[in-house]
Structure formats: structure tokens, C-alpha cells
Design a protein around this ligand. Sequence first.
Ligand code: HEC
Ligand code: HEC
Length: 326
Amino acid sequence: MTVCSDLSLFAEGKVVDVARSLAPLPPVQHPRENPPSAAKISLGRELFFDARLSRNDRVSCASCHEPNKGFSNGGRFGKGIRDQRSTRNVPSLINVGYSHPLFWDGRSATLEEQALLPIQNAAEMDMPLEVLEKKLHGVAEYRRQFAQVFDGAVTAARIGQALAAFQRTIVSTDTPLDRYVGGDRTALTPRATKGMQLFFGRARCSICHKGPELTDNRFHNIGTVDPEIPDDSGRRAVTGRAEDQGAFRTPQLREVARTAPYMHSGKFQTLSEVVEHYNFGGVTDTANDHRDEILEVLYLSEDEVEDLVAFLREGLTSPDPPIANP
Ligand code: HEC
Ligand code: HEC
């Protein structure tokens, strides 16, 4: 049976690009300027788990992006080298190679550039790049590996390249949805199948969580403005445009059951809370003039809410948690 024979299920309403959404996820693209190699990815992995990249040797990338918590940290916020609280939820790095631009507000263009920001951020790893270059140059094993991979010395730019190459291998491509799209019509439970139909149909999720990547990589205000962190203007801080107030990048959704809590503010603990939020049209008790007009009250029954949650929880979770390039 072909995937297309099922498309009528999703064709109702204004839903766009359904055929493309149900196409197989293409492999992650590595940029021409930073081609991957086994040695580079392996170096990137070592750097990712190495707390010496922080000023006081306490915090590595993996302290906040923990592999066994879906490369997030399971909490509302991250914790820096002096236990400072980050101002946003730690995003999962699963399938981050498909996301651009990076950060909730899109302020960084590439993974190569992004990697150097938490290293220098005083609230995270607090490590000036010149100090880091000297520190790693003092480690014989790193000197050897940088020479092997880059035919040169330890530099900040190369640290960024190795970390980026490694992160592009943190992938989830074997969820029940992927198997379903690949032609296995038994991959999703009946409940998750109903949820999928809602997702790509009446619940309108795939207007934004679209394409095989399940994201449009664009910015929307979906009513997650949080009274606890009222000054987070989101995308507006990057573009300066009033209409971007409270807009954040649409996240990809594979393995989302492993990465609670949710949203830039970590304000929802469960996927049911997330779906209920959408069911009520993304309305919050905080004043919000910029909510995306795509959102509307969905009138999903309690059963349908559960179907949608089943699709998110079972349909988008692969049997084994993604570990990067084992
Ligand atoms: C103290 C906790 C912490 C540490 C340490 C940390 N991060 Fe993050 N990371 C975050 C938070 C919080 C965000 C979201 C910030 C934002 O969007 O404004 C983030 C965002 C990211 C993103 C963007 C993901 C996306 O979907 O846009 C990437 C990639 C990333 N971090 C990689 C790294 C790497 C590589 C390191 C190590 C060099 C690292 N992080 C260290 C907390 C941390
Ligand atoms: C108007 C575009 C849009 C629509 C429609 C939409 N989303 Fe989202 N979604 C987003 C954005 C933007 C975020 C991040 C918002 C934030 O962090 O404040 C998000 C976040 C999420 C998250 C949290 C992911 C995480 O890692 O924190 C889930 C789960 C989710 N959406 C599921 C859905 C479902 C299910 C539907 C349909 C009922 C839906 N979305 C409809 C844009 C949209």
C-alpha cells in the first residue's frame, strides 16, 4: 500500500503540504565547509562531555543536554557553573541538525557558531575562548586529535566545528511514524493513528510542525508568554519587530515524550497540558496581542485529546533512545 492512498484522511480543511509531511525524513545535511569524518565526530563527542570546557571544570555541554534525558535536562531551566539558572528551557538536541536558525529565538545561524556561545556565556560555562584554546592545547590527547582531524592546532573555530559535526549525528529516524511512512501500516496503534489524522488534519498541528522534520523552522507566538518570565520578548529581541513579540521557533517533535517539560519556558509538564493549551486556541491568562492567528479553538473531545497525545507519545518515540553516533 502506498502512503498516498491514505491522504484523503488528511485532506479536509486548510491543511497544507500533507504529502510532503508524510515523506521520509531525509538524512541530515552537513555543510560543505565542515564535512564530517569519524575522527571529527569522535573529537566532537569528547568535547561535548568534557567539563574542562567550563571555567571551573564543573559543567559540560552534556550537563544541560543529558543523553539519557533526550539531550535536555528534565528540568524547567539549565544550571550554569555556579548553579545559575538559565532563563529558558534547555531544548533537546535530538535532530538539531534539521533546525535553523538556532535557539528558541533563532539568534544563531549555525551549529558551528552556536557551540561557542554557551562556552563563553557567563551564566553557563563562562570560558573565554583564548583561555580555552590554551587549556586544551595543554592536553596532549587533544593536541594529537586536532592535528589528526584538522591538520592544525586547537582553535575555537575548530572546537565549534567538531561539536557541530557531533551534534548532527544525534538523530531520531526510526519512530513508529517513520515506519508508517515507510509503508508499515501496523507501526502505529489505532489510537496513535487517530492522533496522527488529527495532527495532520483537524487539529492543524502540521501547519507549523510540517514536513518530514515536523517543523517549519519559523517563529510563532502561540500564547506561551509566561507570567514567571514576563520580559522574554522571544524573536522580537533579535529582529526588533513588534510583531515578533513572544514568538519562538517551532520545535521538531520526534522523541518529544523524552524531553518534558515543554516550551521555551518549560511551563507545561505533560503532553496532555500541551494539547489542552492548543485545544483552547492557545489563550493564556496573560495579555497577549501577538498570538498567531493560525491558532483557533479546536473543539477536540477528551478522547481526541488523548488520541493526539498517543500520537505524540507513542508515534514519535523510537524503541531505543537516540544516542549520538555510538
Ligand atoms: C547551563 C546549561 C547549558 C549548557 C552548559 C549548554 N547548553 Fe545548550 N542550551 C541551553 C539552553 C537554556 C538553551 C536555549 C537557550 C535559548 O534558546 O535562548 C540551549 C540551546 C542550545 C542549542 C540550540 C538548540 C535549538 O534547538 O535551537 C544547541 C545546539 C546547544 N544548546 C548546544 C550546546 C553545546 C554544544 C554546549 C556545550 C558547548 C551547550 N549547549 C551547553 C543550556 C545549556
Ligand atoms: C502556529 C504554529 C503552531 C501550531 C499550529 C502548533 N504548534 Fe506546536 N509549537 C509551535 C511553537 C512556536 C512552539 C514553541 C513555543 C514556545 O516555546 O513558546 C511549539 C511547541 C510545541 C510542543 C513542545 C515541544 C517542546 O520540545 O517543548 C509540542 C509538544 C507541540 N508544539 C505540539 C503541537 C501540537 C500537538 C499541535 C496541534 C494541536 C501544535 N503543536 C500546533 C508552533 C505551533
